[in-house]
Design a binder for this molecule. Structure first.
Ligand SMILES: [Zn+2]
Length: 92
């Protein structure tokens, strides 16, 4: 278990990151939801995206409506790959 990894109520993992983390892998700190730059963002494995806090909240509400089967499927893949993905981005 890595203490930097947090989980949504559905079990999707994410990590709080800053624009400096984004810059380190060549990102620009742009939210993939609203397309605007932010200083604080969240890196979300299951989406392979970076979201600002506002878009993250919107996604949380949206993901609450995902079917149980879809969530189980996503979580199975997440379990196998997310640590490596976060490591690749240098955030854990
Ligand atoms: Zn956004």
């Amino acid at each position: 278990m890595n203490e930097k990894i947090k989980y949504t109520p559905q079990g999707f993992s994410y990590i709080d990151i800053t624009i400096f983390d984004c810059l380190s892998w060549g990102g620009l700190g742009i939210c993939d939801g609203c397309g605007k730059p932010h200083k604080e963002l969240k890196l979300i494995y299951v989406l392979h995206d970076t979201y600002c806090n506002k878009c993250f909240d919107t996604w949380l509400k949206r993901s609450a409506k995902y079917s149980k089967e879809d969530i189980e499927y996503d979580l199975e893949i997440q379990k196998e790959n997310h640590i490596q993905w976060y490591k690749y981005h240098g955030v854990i």
